[in-house]
Design a binder for this molecule. Structure first.
Ligand code: NAP
Ligand code: ZN
Ligand code: ZN
Length: 359
């Protein structure tokens, strides 16, 4: 793909024009559907905290204007002559990835997010031609190569399935990578969009799940998602009884925090996996070597998941009837949703009803 993609389809969207600016209406251009593309009418788009970080420029790498959104569910409205995986009317998903080189070892291993030539992420990224920019799901429609489009299993509510495209795969992948077996003790730190999916998925895999939350008011919800224990971490001595308890700790907290105290909650040979990506400048938490050494403990990270693993996760959620708990909002309320998420106050994913673009 050497040539500049023809960008001719004017599409209503919402995005930010500068760091911390409000998310406001704008018109973007989508490419004409190529032979292997599907054109998708976007029905719903979840709001991930990564969208908020990007608009804040928390990681120092946002190119403005940015149109966030990578938890997309929509319907196929047309397809290129060489696109055979989907038909018009199919309910499909688009997650964090829309293209990659397809030939490097990482792509061949199904880890497209680590493509050695540079993955094309769904927003604030470059197409494989390294020229055209990508704009995300806070919009009415999009055009995606069918290889990066996911099948949404029948029976899943489309609005509640949208957050699976990021929050679902972000938690499913590490639970599979680091093991989450019946009877194992798993702790989830932070009960937001990603955290509540971790609770639902880990408990569906048979683990005994504990939620470690800074919000006492989320206890009943945690139980409803399948957690057997709830710990309000701000209460003095809350962690004392949990020392050495967990096989796996999944940290989804979006704000800076110390993790040494939580490493003490791991069993010997246990693993703590970081999923939350707090702002760069503030996240330099020193780790005491002894927190890991005494007990052969592991500290790991995990970044979303590749396309085939995302489809595997969706099929798993279809079989087990797992979807997110969502609050559906019109796009006009997106800034209020961001304000709630900055406060850690979300139950448990805002999802934009893209009919509100009025296209
Ligand atoms: P979210 O819905 O906003 O939830 C974050 C949760 O963190 C809050 O609900 C809250 O839970 C907890 N929290 C604790 N202290 C907080 C504070 N001072 N301010 C705000 N929240 C606080 O966010 P999310 O969409 O789940 O995303 C969580 C993090 O994962 C973000 O940093 C995001 O960028 C990152 N992420 C990473 C990947 C990946 O591939 N690794 C993928 C998606 C997202 P309690 O009330 O229970 O304490
Ligand atoms: Zn995300
Ligand atoms: Zn590649």
């Amino acid at each position: 793909m050497g040539s500049l993609l023809a960008m001719t389809k004017k599409t209503p969207a919402y995005g930010a024009r500068a760091a911390k600016a409000p998310v406001a209406p704008m018109t973007i251009e989508r490419r004409d559907a190529g032979p292997h593309d599907v054109a998708i009418e976007i029905l719903y788009c979840g709001i991930c905290h990564s969208d908020v970080h990007k608009v804040n420029d928390d990681w120092g790498n946002t190119n403005f204007p940015v149109v966030p959104g990578h938890e997309i569910v929509g319907r196929v409205v047309s397809r290129g002559v060489g696109a055979s995986r989907f038909r018009e009317g199919d309910l499909v998903g688009v997650g964090c990835l829309v293209d990659s080189c397809r030939t490097c070892p990482e792509c061949r291993a199904g880890h497209e997010m680590f493509c050695e030539k540079g993955a094309t992420f769904t927003f604030d990224s470059l197409e494989q031609d390294t020229k055209a920019r990508t704009y995300g799901g806070y919009s009415a429609s999009m055009v995606v190569d069918e290889r990066y489009v996911l099948r949404v299993p029948k029976g899943l509510d489309p609005a509640r399935a949208a957050p699976l495209m990021c929050a679902g795969i972000t938690t499913y992948s590490p639970l599979r990578q680091f093991g989450c077996k019946p009877g194992e003790q798993v702790a989830v730190m932070g009960l937001g969009g990603v955290g509540h999916m971790a609770v639902k998925l880990a408990s569906s895999m048979g683990a005994d799940v504990a939620v470690l939350s800074s919000s006492r008011g989320k206890e009943e919800d945690a139980a409803r998602f399948g957690a057997k224990r709830f710990v309000a971490t701000k209460e003095p001595g809350a962690l004392d009884a949990l020392q050495g308890k967990f096989d796996l700790i999944v940290d989804t907290v979006s704000a800076p925090h110390d993790i040494n105290g939580h490493l003490a909650l791991l069993r010997n040979s246990g693993t703590m996996v970081l999923l939350g990506l707090p702002p760069n400048a503030a996240s330099a938490t020193p780790i005491n070597a002894g927190s890991l050494i005494f007990g052969n403990k592991r500290l790991a990270g995990s970044n979303i998941g590749g396309i085939s693993e995302t489809q595997e996760m969706l099929d798993y959620c279809g079989e087990h009837e797992i979807v997110a708990d969502v609050e559906v909002i019109p796009i006009q309320k997106v800034n209020d949703a961001y304000a709630s998420m900055r406060r850690g106050d979300v139950r448990y994913r805002f999802v934009v009803d893209c009919a509100s673009f009025g296209a």
